[in-house]
Design a protein around this ligand. Structure first.
Ligand code: SF4
Ligand code: SF4
Length: 315
């Protein structure tokens, strides 16, 4: 079998067009144990733990039975701008990196990976694992004090992807997750966070205080009662701590992917649509944005209605 660094891969694979690391597939068990231990010692709340449990409760995919490694990668990803028109006035809101077209881009990356691996007799398939922890242990990313993964050269403007692969990984580089050096002397994200999710006295984010957790993907969709709706500025998640972060200085104005909803479409979304009543044009747009696949159709419609109610109430 041709090598292309595959005989005992211990570093990035050659020819793969995104920054990545590779670790043995058995490291999935370490991630599970680490999360269990964090829960057992009270560092991870029941609410957050239940989300991780959903990942690990998924059966290991049959078609990945021969997996020998886990590949974790970071694809550059901008913020996206979404425009709505309400009562004759057009307004735009941003979506932070890593939401829009997530699954389309993940599949594209998987296809590219397989194009590189197939000629040397190997394959890669999407792996459902805690990607941030995997990226940190593999050395791909460092944590910010805001619990966001920072990749050298990309800041936090990327989306993480992870794949099982048949490629062997004989040198096992499994590092202790590290905090960005800059975080030792910086407090910008803590000062910018409206919910006080970033504590002064410890490095771990209070995830249950983070607006992003209530995006409807990694956590519950409804906003908790304590959350002041004035703190909501994004259509999905929250970007305040990323935008003030000096590590993102080169990227913070990076906005691509403009999406537009007409006044009629905005009204319909605001009033609340159900999956059976959503007009084809709206459905097609949400599909192209990757939001239906990301959230599920009903959840996506509910999320938009809830967010638009908050955003239009200010106008
Ligand atoms: S804003 Fe400062 S403390 Fe927060 S993640 Fe960025 S460098 Fe670290
Ligand atoms: S995403 Fe928003 S709520 Fe969460 S830590 Fe950052 S600033 Fe705070």
């Amino acid at each position: 079998m041709a090598s292309a660094q595959t005989a005992g891969v211990n570093g990035p694979l050659t020819g793969v067009p995104f920054v990545h690391r590779i670790v043995p597939a058995t490291r999935r068990d370490d991630l599970r144990q680490e999360i269990q231990a964090a829960h057992d010692t009270g560092q991870l709340s029941d609410l957050i733990f239940r989300n991780y449990a959903r990942i690990f409760d998924c059966p290991f995919p049959d078609d990945c039975a021969g997996a020998r490694s886990l590949i974790v990668g970071a694809i550059p990803h901008p913020q996206s701008r979404v425009a709505f028109t309400w009562r004759g006035s057009r307004f735009t809101v941003l979506v932070p990196p890593s939401y829009i077209r997530y699954w389309q881009l993940t599949r594209q990356a998987e296809d590219t990976l397989n194009e590189r691996l197939a000629p040397i007799g190997h394959w890669a398939r999407f792996a459902r694992v805690p990607q941030k922890a995997l990226a940190a242990h593999s050395g791909l990313a460092l944590y910010g004090r805001n619990n966001i993964a920072y990749v050298p050269g990309l800041g936090s403007f990327h989306m993480l992807v992870s794949y099982y692969s048949s490629v062997p990984c004989e040198e096992d580089r499994w590092l202790e997750p590290r905090l960005l050096e800059r975080c030792e002397r910086c407090t910008a994200c803590r000062r910018a966070c409206p919910t006080r999710a970033i504590p002064e006295d410890r490095t771990a984010l209070r995830q249950e205080r983070c607006i992003t957790f209530y995006s409807g993907y990694s956590g519950p969709q409804g906003l908790p009662e304590w959350l002041d709706t004035d703190w909501i500025e994004c259509l999905i998640g929250c970007r305040r701590c990323q935008i003030v972060c000096p590590e993102n200085r080169a990227f913070r104005r990076w906005v691509e992917d403009d999406w537009e909803f007409s006044e009629e479409e905005t009204s319909m979304l605001l009033e609340g649509l159900t999956g059976t009543k959503v007009p084809d044009a709206i459905r097609a747009k949400l599909d192209a944005m990757g939001l239906i696949e990301f959230f599920g159709l009903e959840e996506c419609l509910q999320m938009l209605s809830r967010k638009l109610a908050i955003l239009t109430a200010r106008r």
